[in-house]
Design a protein around this ligand. Structure first.
Ligand code: CP
Length: 331
């Protein structure tokens, strides 16, 4: 694996999931494969889970880690081709990425979308420029449209929490879990990266019955959601769900706009009554009593903290695959 930007970079999801679960059992079993290798972590936007879990993962593999908060500590970067740089930007990504490619063995980047220009965000212009000019493997720590480390952790979490309610009867052990991704309200316009990525990974994984439910106008890119059942009635969609993945996103069609603030879409215990005692997931951070209520988050059905814990093992599996299979250049 030479890069980790989306599920398209992954030859075998279950191999990564099994590797991650093996690291959960034995975190230091490959503690020397990253020796004398350095992971660079570039942040253009805030992060808690991704930042810390990926650092722990890299250290478990023996890597050095350098974190660079570009938004606060770096020169403002220019991404336009052929521009006269007489504005605010002091450095072009062509030099910045190439220089970082000399310092690090693997480069990881968090860069959110502007949510103004759909074509620009969906071209993944920023992370693609780093890939083009750094000349070393690049790992997404969440890009304009995808969050693959989160999605891998989500699939790990579903796999380890999928327990059939009844161990007797016909068809035991072969029923696929019903997974429902539901939109929920929020006060801000949020990216589509987490729901896009979750839908993409779940569809490729193809081991669940997958439904996406959202208010009218919140449909995600059809190219990404193809294969999922799309609904607009949340109560209907939640029936018999085994996993409920809760997330807000802004509109894809009316790009970046908040079209709905209907609080009846918040996930509550009442909403979960018709599910199959569904486990509740969210990538975090989550706004309590706006997206999911206290009772659910504090109750037994919530697995959001376990899910965040699995971010370490997801990142460790990805970094170890890159260390094992890519040609890390001599600097
Ligand atoms: N879920 C997630 O990516 O969390 P952070 O933004 O804190 O990294």
């Amino acid at each position: 694996m030479n890069q980790f930007i989306s599920v398209e970079d992954v030859p075998d999801i279950n191999h990564l999931v099994d590797l991650a679960l093996s690291y959960k059992q034995l975190p230091f079993k490959d503690s020397s494969i990253g020796r004398n290798k350095t992971l660079g972590m570039l942040f253009m936007n805030p992060s808690m889970r991704t930042r810390i879990s990926t650092q722990i993962a890299a250290r478990n593999l023996g890597m050095e880690v350098i974190v660079f908060n570009v938004d606060k500590e770096g020169w403002q970067l220019e991404f336009e081709e052929g521009v006269i740089m007489n504005g605010k930007s002091a450095e072009h990504v062509k030099e910045a990425a190439a220089v970082l490619g000399k310092y690090f063995d693997i480069l990881s980047i968090r860069t959110f979308p502007g949510l103004i220009n759909k074509e620009e965000d969906y071209s993944e212009r920023f992370i693609q420029q780093f890939i083009k000019h750094a000349g070393i493997p690049v790992v997404s720590l969440e890009s304009a449209t995808m969050h693959p480390l989160q999605s891998l952790a989500d699939i790990i979490t579903i796999k380890e929490n999928w327990v059939l309610p009844s161990l007797s009867g016909e068809g035991q052990g072969i029923r696929r879990p019903k997974v429902v991704l539901t939109w929920a309200p929020h006060v801000r316009a949020l990216p589509q990266s987490v729901p896009n990525s979750f839908a993409q990974w779940i569809n490729v994984w193809n081991e669940t019955d997958f439904t996406i439910v959202q208010p009218q106008g919140y449909e995600l890119d059809e190219k990404i959601t193809q294969g999922a059942t799309i609904m607009h009635d949340q109560d209907e969609a939640l029936k018999d769900a085994d996993f409920v993945y809760v997330k807000n996103w802004s509109s894809y069609n009316d790009y970046g706009i908040v079209l709905c603030s209907d609080s009846s879409w918040m996930i509550t215990e009442k909403k979960l009554e018709k599910t199959n005692q569904a486990k509740v997931m969210h990538c975090l951070p989550v706004r309590r009593n706006l997206v999911i209520d206290d009772e659910v988050l504090d109750g037994a059905q919530s697995i959001v903290v376990k899910e965040a814990g699995n971010r370490v093992w997801a990142a460790q599996a990805v970094l170890s695959e890159i260390l094992r299979t890519s040609e890390i250049k001599n600097r």
